[in-house]
Design a protein around this ligand. Structure first.
Ligand SMILES: CC(C)(COP(=O)(O)OP(=O)(O)OC[C@H]1O[C@@H](n2cnc3c(N)ncnc32)[C@H](O)[C@@H]1OP(=O)(O)O)[C@@H](O)C(=O)NCCC(=O)NCCS
Length: 221
């Protein structure tokens, strides 16, 4: 999602409490609101964000080329720690999930996938993603996207998954097309970035589309 719902200005007074709860909850629970499961692909693992991901996420996501067409990410390790604590609170509230992307053989996160509900109950949801540019074109995006879209339709129960990508974001739009999303239209001047309103493409995947894609696509599965 171009507009990350997290805002740096939000104060998180209970950061340690949130992270302590996260440490004690079971990652194997079937209720994603208690803890996210670990999802394993052929190249990456998706898991709950940890406070220790903050330094690597700062390195991966705060570069100009990654952040150019998305809401400005935090600019400090502490800012990412507040973001990570916020993701846990929003997941526990049932509003939002955020997965860390961890390549096999590594421990630290190289990117994130986010999904937020656009209506109570997650029937319509929006997803977004960002990966460190060193890993662009590696296949890790498609591997992680497949896992998170499966999770959203099969485990959360979403029936319509939206994504917004600035029209100028060639790579983001191509990635969505590649995963099988359908472009429904252009949201004119809908995203404010660097004091300029940008047009965004609206891309969607329906649960029924995804079942077909899963059955037929060699790219996605
Ligand atoms: C979006 C993102 C996660 C995709 O990951 P990725 O590894 O770059 O994706 P892929 O390489 O698998 O797919 C991108 C496709 O765009 C194509 N592409 C690259 N630059 C392009 C451009 N300017 N115009 C059109 N297509 C372009 C690539 O060739 C590739 O297609 P191919 O695999 O058929 O050759 C990553 O680029 C990223 O983090 N970007 C910054 C954050 C962002 O923009 N997020 C998207 C919000 S919607």
């Amino acid at each position: 999602m171009e507009k990350m719902p997290f805002r740096e200005a939000q104060t998180v007074t209970d950061l340690e409490a949130v992270m302590a709860r996260a440490r004690t909850s079971s990652a194997t629970t079937s209720d994603w609101r208690r803890a996210l499961p670990v999802l394993t692909g052929s190249m990456v693992t998706l898991r709950e964000l940890r406070l220790s991901d903050a330094p690597s996420l700062l390195t991966m996501l705060s570069t100009e080329e990654v952040a150019r067409f998305i809401s400005p990410p935090p600019t400090t390790v502490e800012g990412f720690e507040r973001f990570i604590a916020w993701t846990h609170r929003e997941r526990a509230a049932g509003n939002y999930v955020c997965f860390a992307v961890v390549p096999h053989g590594m421990d630290s996160a190289i990117g994130i996938f986010q999904v937020r509900q656009l209506e109570p109950g997650f029937a319509t949801a929006e997803w977004g993603f960002a990966i460190g540019s060193a890993y662009w074109g590696s296949g890790m995006f498609v591997d992680g996207a497949r896992l998170v879209v499966d999770f959203t339709f099969d485990r959360i129960g979403t029936h319509r998954l939206e994504a917004r990508a600035a029209v100028l974001n060639g790579r983001g739009n191509a990635a969505l097309k590649k995963i099988g999303a359908t472009q429904e239209g252009i949201l004119r001047k809908s995203f404010l970035r660097n004091d300029e309103y940008l047009d965004q493409a609206l891309w969607t995947i329906l649960a029924s589309d995804w079942r077909l894609i899963r059955d037929t696509s060699s790219v996605v599965h």
